[in-house]
Design a protein around this ligand. Structure first.
Ligand code: FCX
Length: 435
């Protein structure tokens, strides 16, 4: 058994009594109350989910296992000769809370390689779809099609699996899926946009490096890929993709069903698709000006035009965050170093100067600052991935790391099937009158 699996087993067993004690002895302790606004308004801020993998502070942004983004990147083993860490080591960290050694990291590199063969029928399914299907539809379909491989589903069907053992096949499925996602993502990209010229994996490369290689994008795109996947991995449990994955897994659906569902949520324009929308918006803006950069005044006008037509400014605002997203900042730092003169990067910076003021004057959003999606597309364009429809697939490959770590722990700690309670509008009105 791998060091990762052994460590995870120890961690889960050591953790379980904490959850059980809280549930049994302190189950009645109140940690929140819910008002009508929250019942109508998307359960905003209601504290009713538990995860130890990441925590999102409204002012500070995300911490993975207690570490900020810069701390996480600094602590993890780096790919030799590269700036960015191994994504494999990051997954070890997400799952266990411990920074792996280089040897432990290399173990996962080898493990994922050994699991990376995607069954031919998955490609056949993709090839049977209309070529102009959205890449997110293809991505989600491929994951769902692969459910046939689920070790969890097979074990469950034997009728002999104990609740405490359920994390193990969940972990195995998660590792199988993660090993294959870059292959699937790159396949969709090359099939759809590059004349169906598929590039096979290079067994010498790590997970992020291999993705860049299979995409056919020259380095340093490998480091871009590693950085992207880590940045997009986890954002605590309440966001649509994480929550959906967790919700579906709570019915003891396996990791394939659960992740495919989460990816469908990520495909919404208010969530992951915002990165595609941002680039679309930027391209539109540039087109109106014959591909020259707008002045600040022009940019202000374009932002107002978007708002006045009833649309949101994609990439700005957040349900929880109340400051500039540190995932935006990390990408901005990267761009300052690697693409300082890129005109689209300059435009992104200009939007950052103008949009918060416009959104504040508009007066609706609680957070006028940019989120992760405001920046990601521009780096992709710089390195040659110009097909913005594809961007949410990149988000999805990264997001899989977080949500699969989460559902493995869900099974480890025996979390229950999710079942909040609904009420009727009549009831709300009655309670409203009663004050
Ligand atoms: N542009 C225009 N209006 C905005 C806005 C924006 N960027 N952000 C929020 N608002 C509006 C809301 O639409 C809402 O209007 P309403 O009262 O007429 O319904 C009002 O401001 C209050 O919303 P608020 O409480 O601030 O935000 P929510 O929690 O409801 O929604 C999202 C959060 C992220 C959905 C919202 O800010 C948004 O639509 N942003 C643009 C899309 C985007 O970038 N999504 C990606 C977010 C994230 F990082 C990710 O998941 O990838």
């Amino acid at each position: 058994e791998s060091t990762l699996k052994q460590t995870l087993k120890q961690k889960i067993e050591a953790f379980r009594p904490r959850t059980q004690k809280l549930n049994k002895e302190f189950g009645e302790v109140v940690i929140d109350k819910v008002n009508i606004g929250q019942a109508i308004g998307g359960a905003r801020d209601v504290r009713c989910l538990v995860t130890d993998i990441s925590y999102l502070d409204p002012q500070e942004g995300i911490r993975f296992r207690g570490k900020t983004i810069p701390e996480t990147f600094a602590a993890l083993p780096k790919v030799p000769g590269k700036e960015q860490p191994f994504v494999e080591g990051f997954f070890y960290f997400l799952l266990t809370g411990e920074i792996p050694t280089m040897d432990q990291t290399q173990e996962i590199v080898a493990d994922w390689k050994a699991r990376s063969a995607v069954p031919q029928y998955v490609f056949d399914v993709l090839r049977a779809m209309p070529r102009d299907s959205h890449p997110m539809t293809m991505f989600s379909t491929a994951i769902l099609a692969m459910q046939r491989e689920s070790k969890f589903a097979k074990k469950y069907a034997t009728g002999t699996m104990k609740k405490n053992d359920m994390w193990e096949p969940m972990y195995e499925d998660s590792m199988d899926i993660l090993a294959r996602l870059p292959v699937i993502g790159a396949y969709i990209y090359r099939m759809k946009y590059k004349g169906d010229t598929i590039i096979p994996a290079d067994p010498k490369l790590d997970w992020g490096g291999n993705f860049a290689h299979m995409m056919g994008i020259p380095n340093p795109y490998d480091d871009v890929a590693r950085m992207y996947f880590i940045l997009h991995s986890d954002h605590e449990s309440g966001n649509v993709s994480a929550h959906t994955t967790h919700l579906v897994a709570s019915a003891l659906s396996d990791a394939y069903y659960s992740l495919s569902a989460g990816i469908n949520g990520l495909a919404g324009p208010l969530h992951g698709l915002a990165n595609q929308e941002v680039l679309g918006w930027i391209k539109q803006t540039m087109k109106k000006l014959n591909n020259t950069l707008p002045s600040k005044e022009q940019l202000k006008q374009f932002l107002w035009d978007t708002l006045n037509s009833g649309q949101v400014i994609p990439g700005y605002g957040h349900a929880v965050l109340r400051k500039t997203d540190p995932r935006y900042v990390a990408q901005n730092e990267f761009s300052k170093k690697h693409l300082p003169n890129d005109p689209l990067f300059q435009l992104v910076n200009m939007i950052y100067e103008v949009a918060p003021g416009v959104l504040t004057e508009h007066g609706k959003t609680k957070n006028p600052w940019p989120n992760v999606d405001a920046h990601s597309g521009v780096i992709q364009v710089h390195y040659g991935v110009v097909e913005e429809d594809f961007y949410t697939v990149l988000f999805g490959i990264g997001r899989a790391l977080g949500v699969l770590a989460n559902i493995t722990w869900d099974r480890g700690l025996g979390y229950a099937i999710e079942r909040p309670k609904s009420v009727t509008t009549d009831m709300l009105e009655k309670w409203a009158h009663e004050g």
